[in-house]
Design a protein. Structure first.
Length: 88
């Protein structure tokens, strides 16, 4: 599963050919959560409150790029790296 972004210790990963709804995996320390691309909300799993807030902020700022990567992943096409909050 490719890492498409990394910021403040949070890895953002996306599976190829994953099931809907469009989402990605956010990993921070020993915590993992599936996050909705549309809303930035956690679908399942858990992140500490500060990490969840940063992930939501990043998601909303990069929705178009995440949507594009979701389509790429669904068609088994290489994913594109997305800048993290600390790169913006």
């Amino acid at each position: 599963m490719p890492t498409i972004a990394f910021f403040y210790g949070i890895a953002i990963r996306m599976f190829f050919r994953d099931h809907p709804p469009p989402h990605f995996l956010a990993v921070y320390g020993g915590h993992e959560a599936n996050v909705s691309i549309e809303t930035g909300e956690i679908i399942n799993g858990h992140l500490p409150a500060n990490a969840a807030r940063l992930v939501k902020q990043w998601t909303l700022a990069h929705r178009a790029e995440l949507d594009d990567n979701w389509q790429r992943a669904r068609s088994n096409t290489p994913l594109v790296r997305i800048a993290g909050l600390d790169d913006d």
